[in-house]
Design a binder for this molecule. Sequence first.
Ligand code: ATP
Ligand code: MG
Length: 308
Amino acid sequence: MWPVGHAFDLGPPRSLDNLNSHKVIDVVEERRCLDIDQMLDRLDLELVALAPVKTQVRQIADFLLLDRLRSCYGLISSWPGLHMCLTGGPGTGKTTVALRMVEMLKQLGYLERGHLVTVTRHELVGQYIGHSAHKTKEVLQRALGGGLCIDDAHDLFRAENEWDYGAEACEILLQAMEDQRDELVVILAGDKDRMAGFLQANPGIGSRIAHHIDFPDYAIDELCTIAERLLAEECYEFSPDGREAFRSYLRRRVNRPGFANARSVRDVLEEARLRQARRIMSGGQRRWSRHDLGRIEPEDLGSITEHN
Ligand SMILES: Nc1ncnc2c1ncn2[C@@H]1O[C@H](COP(=O)(O)OP(=O)(O)OP(=O)(O)O)[C@@H](O)[C@H]1O
Ligand SMILES: [Mg+2]
């Protein structure tokens, strides 16, 4: 079940079965066997920008791998904190990183299954006493062996309403974060300021969060690179005028409410592909080249560039 083929046959974390204090560990070989660098490189490629986030993920990977290797020599420390808090605006890549994180934790042997269950307040908080506890326990059960990502986790607790059943969900969550910390990882996602308020109001949960990772909003150049990447994946590209129209749309849109970073880019491009199809199929022109079929023109971004 656990990865094999190492200088030390890595057992479960904290296992002393393979204790061999005379061997020497080749860290490059260990990383290779666990595919750790391949995984981190994939994250680098998959996500544009986010340099500080990627650095933090690498640091966590290094720390956990070393923790495993140390335990092979009998150098046992307390169970490393794995629960984390990912904060940032909408569409900045939090869920994507959460997915990669739990995969990595499985690869390193800290999680047995490595799947991610994503929920919001709605799935955890109920309508009467005992209902939240029941719902939360059911969700925790599904997440066992993997990660539980709670989107907009700050909404779980409503200090202004003493009859809110979110507090009950928080209690069960806290209990699981402590008692089942070697069986599942809790990932709280949401807005940075609101999350700070939530953790302050719930110090028990706050003190069990080992890693805080903040996702900055993307700059316009980064959003353009994300757009080019998404288009290329589907064999499209912007025409020079299309690129300029898209950039000018971003300039007007990024600071407006409702703009959701990379997710908005993805949505806009999907709409542009539909419009491109309409332009080509019903525009009166009969003959189109391969080049034409792959290009997004300003008119394909029509509604977004005109009205938003
Ligand atoms: N840096 C990036 N490079 C390329 N694509 C990205 C990047 N960040 C996000 N995306 C894409 O944008 C979409 C939204 O990302 P994701 O769901 O991870 O963001 P989120 O922060 O969890 O959003 P939300 O706040 O809505 O939960 C996904 O399709 C993802 O692949
Ligand atoms: Mg998300």
